[in-house]
Design a protein. Structure first.
Length: 347
C-alpha cells in the first residue's frame, strides 16, 4: 500500500497530542472526585456521572479524526503487477551541491537551474535507467540506477548544500563513484553515460584523468556548466556572503575551460546552461545516438483507491458518537425489558 499524499499523515501528530490530553483530563477528574471522599461512595452520590463514557466518547472522536486523516492521504494499493520491456541506456546524473551553487549570477540561482535541468532530463529519459549522485568534496549515491523516475524527483526536492557533511568540489570523486554505480548487466552493449551538472569550480586535474578512465570503459562523460561569465558572490543563508582570507567578497565563476576539457577527455559534450530547454535538448539528442539495450521493468500498472476502508468506519463511528452520551441517561436506566417480576401474575 502507498499514500498518494503522505504529507497529510503529519496531521496524526496533533491527534496523538489530543489523545494524551484526553487521558490526562480523565485522570485529573478522577483525582478530583477522590478529594471528596472514597471514590465509589462519591460515585453513588453522582449516579449520572460516567468517566468511562467520557473516555469512550473521546476515543471515538480521536478514532474518527485518525481515520479521516488516513482517508485524506489517499491510500492506494497496486492491483495488477505488470512486466514491461523497455529499450534505453543507463544514465548517472552527478549534481554539484557545493556552496558556490547558491550563487545568483544566473536567476534564480545556479542550484535552482541545475535542479530544473535534472527534472527536465528525467521527463525526457522515460525509457532509460537513471541514477542520481550528490557531491561536494565527497559523493553519495542518492538513487541507484533504476527506472523509477518518480523516486529521482523526490530526492531532488531536498537537494541543497545543507544536507552535505562537507564542502568543496571534487568532480573526480563523483566520477569514480558513478563508474561503480552502473548495473552489472551481462549486456555490455548498453550505452552508459555520466552527466555532471556543476559550475566546474574544481581546481584539481584528477577529474580529467578520471574522465579518461571512464571513457576507456565505454562510459561517456557529459558536463553541463551552470553560471555566468561575470560570476557572482556566494550567499549562504544565515551566514551572509563568503569572503576570502583578506575579507574580500569571493566571486565565483563557471569554469568553461575545465568543463570542455573534462567532456573531451570523457568522449562527451560540454553544454553551458544559458538556456535550460536548449541545454536539455542538445544533451538528449546526443544521448539518443548511444547504444540502447532491452531491459525489463516490473511495475504496478494500476492502483486502486482504498480511502473507503477508512472513510466508512469513520462515518459509522461518528454516528455512534453523536448518539452516545457523556452521562448516564435516567430514562434508559428505567427501561428494563427483561424484568421478569413485572410479568408475574398477582396472587
Amino acid at each position: 500500500m502507498r499514500f498518494l499524499h503522505p504529507e497529510i499523515l503529519w496531521l496524526l501528530v496533533p491527534i496523538i497530542v489530543l489523545g494524551l490530553f484526553s487521558l490526562y483530563r480523565i485522570v485529573t477528574l478522577r483525582k478530583n472526585i477522590k478529594r471528596f471522599g472514597e471514590y465509589e461512595l462519591v460515585r453513588r452520590l453522582m449516579p449520572d456521572l460516567s468517566l468511562r463514557r467520557r473516555m469512550n466518547k473521546d476515543f471515538m472522536l480521536l478514532s474518527v479524526a485518525t481515520l479521516l486523516v488516513l482517508a485524506a492521504a489517499r491510500p492506494q494499493m497496486g492491483t495488477k503487477e505488470e512486466t514491461i520491456e523497455k529499450r534505453g541506456i543507463e544514465v548517472m546524473i552527478c549534481l554539484d551541491l557545493s556552496n558556490s551553487m547558491l550563487s545568483q549570477d544566473v536567476a534564480p540561482s545556479r542550484l535552482s537551474i541545475a535542479k530544473n535541468i535534472v527534472s527536465r532530463l528525467t521527463d525526457k529519459l522515460t525509457e532509460d535507467k537513471l541514477g542520481l549522485i550528490f557531491f561536494t568534496s565527497s559523493a553519495y549515491v542518492q538513487l541507484p540506477i533504476t527506472n523509477d523516475i518518480v523516486s529521482g524527483k523526490m530526492f531532488l526536492e531536498h537537494a541543497s548544500p545543507e544536507i552535505m557533511p562537507d564542502q568543496g568540489t571534487d568532480i573526480a570523486n563523483a566520477l569514480r563513484l558513478a563508474s561503480r554505480s552502473f548495473s552489472t548487466s551481462e549486456d555490455e552493449k548498453i550505452g552508459r553515460t555520466v552527466i555532471v551538472i556543476s559550475d566546474v569550480e574544481d581546481h584539481s586535474q584528477k577529474a580529467v584523468d578520471m574522465a579518461k578512465e571512464l571513457a576507456q570503459k565505454g562510459i561517456a562523460v557529459n558536463i553541463i556548466g551552470v553560471g555566468s561569465d561575470n560570476g557572482g558572490p556566494i550567499s549562504i543563508p544565515g551566514e551572509g556572503y563568503v569572503q576570502d582570507a583578506e575579507g574580500q567578497m569571493v566571486i565565483s565563476k563557471v569554469n568553461d575551460e575545465l568543463g570542455k576539457e573534462l567532456a573531451s577527455a570523457g568522449n562527451g559534450l560540454y553544454v553551458r546552461a544559458t538556456n535550460v530547454s536548449g541545454a536539455v535538448s542538445v544533451l538528449t539528442k546526443a544521448l539518443e545516438k548511444m547504444q540502447k539495450a532491452d531491459f525489463k521493468q516490473t511495475i504496478y500498472s494500476t492502483y486502486d483507491e482504498k480511502f473507503a476502508w477508512f472513510l466508512l468506519p469513520a462515518l459509522l463511528l461518528l454516528i455512534v458518537e453523536s448518539i452516545y452520551l457523556n452521562r448516564k441517561n435516567r430514562w434508559i436506566k428505567r427501561v428494563n425489558l427483561f424484568d421478569s417480576s413485572k410479568n408475574k401474575p398477582e396472587k
